[in-house]
Design a protein around this ligand. Structure first.
Ligand SMILES: [Zn+2]
Length: 276
């Protein structure tokens, strides 16, 4: 798919992010995080220097839509080619859902997250680090998210809740904290009702931009250049607790082989296995 988007640009939001949450529609806050120390100091060489030989698991390709496969590397080995040329060809492996702050707790001091999350909410933060064209297939999350672009440019394609469901395109592939689509956003938009022009949006995030992605809003995400994104998922204590119980139960069933065995984003697919 080309990245020439004909989707409607997501309108820019003003004011503080928490004021938008009740609308339950995506909103982009330009430059909201541009004064975070992370945006000026987190380069690929800097992150690599923290623990070059740290083993990391990489996701190969678009595991949300296609086959799930992993490769192994080290932080230094993975980040080195990203360092050399942010637009260089690179095999499409992606360091995603990486718990950067757990690995390097000192990096918390470079963030100003407390400004964004609503009071009393529970949040969890992880990072997406990858080359140009690294892609996360169409899915929606179970929790609200503030995505903070730290480095590089990233495009989010967004589709209103219900669009994948109405197209009969829900995937049977299992993911613990998300629901997946069988088709990509371009295919979904092409097959959709042309009158439903308000269902699809696109937005390009630059370093320092913050995007609010409400739970249940479908999104497909692609790096326009090598980049670093921090995702902060959050919810009220009660919502997170009730979701957590459901997610744990489903995950226990999955790991026992009773729910979508071998058709998931968490276990590598055997070659030749056929899945939708
Ligand atoms: Zn699995």
């Amino acid at each position: 798919m080309t990245e020439n988007s004909e989707f409607r640009p997501l309108p820019e939001a003003t004011g503080v992010p928490v004021a938008h949450l009740h609308r339950e529609t995506p909103a982009v806050f330009r430059g909201m995080a541009s004064d975070w120390p992370a945006v000026s100091t987190w380069t690929f060489p800097y992150l690599a220097s923290l623990a070059p030989s740290l083993p990391v698991q990489l996701v190969a390709g678009n595991r949300e839509k296609d086959r799930t496969a992993f490769t192994r590397s080290t932080l230094g080995e993975y980040l080195e080619p990203l360092t050399r040329d942010s637009s260089a060809d690179h095999d499409q492996t992606y360091l995603k859902e990486f718990d950067l702050l757990k690995q390097f707790p000192g990096l918390r001091g470079d963030l100003r997250h407390e400004r964004m999350f609503p009071r009393g909410s529970v949040s969890s933060c992880s990072s997406w680090i990858g080359p140009a064209r690294a892609r996360t297939g169409l899915h929606h999350d179970l929790l609200d998210n503030f995505a903070v672009q730290i480095a590089g440019t990233k495009r989010f394609y967004l589709a209103r809740p219900g669009t994948v469901e109405r197209a009969g395109a829900l995937s049977t592939k299992y993911d613990s904290w998300a629901r997946l689509s069988r088709v990509g956003i371009a295919e979904l938009a092409a097959d959709g009702d042309p009158a439903a022009g308000d269902d699809f949006f696109a937005v390009d995030l630059e370093p320092g931009d913050v995007l609010y992605v409400p739970a249940r809003w479908w999104h497909e995400v692609v790096n326009l250049s090598a980049g670093i994104l921090l995702s902060g998922f959050f919810g009220s204590r009660m919502r997170v607790a009730s979701l957590w119980a459901r997610v744990r139960l489903r995950d226990t069933l999955h790991r026992a082989g009773l729910l979508s065995p071998e058709n998931c984003t968490c276990h590598a697919e055997r070659r030749g296995a056929q899945h939708q």
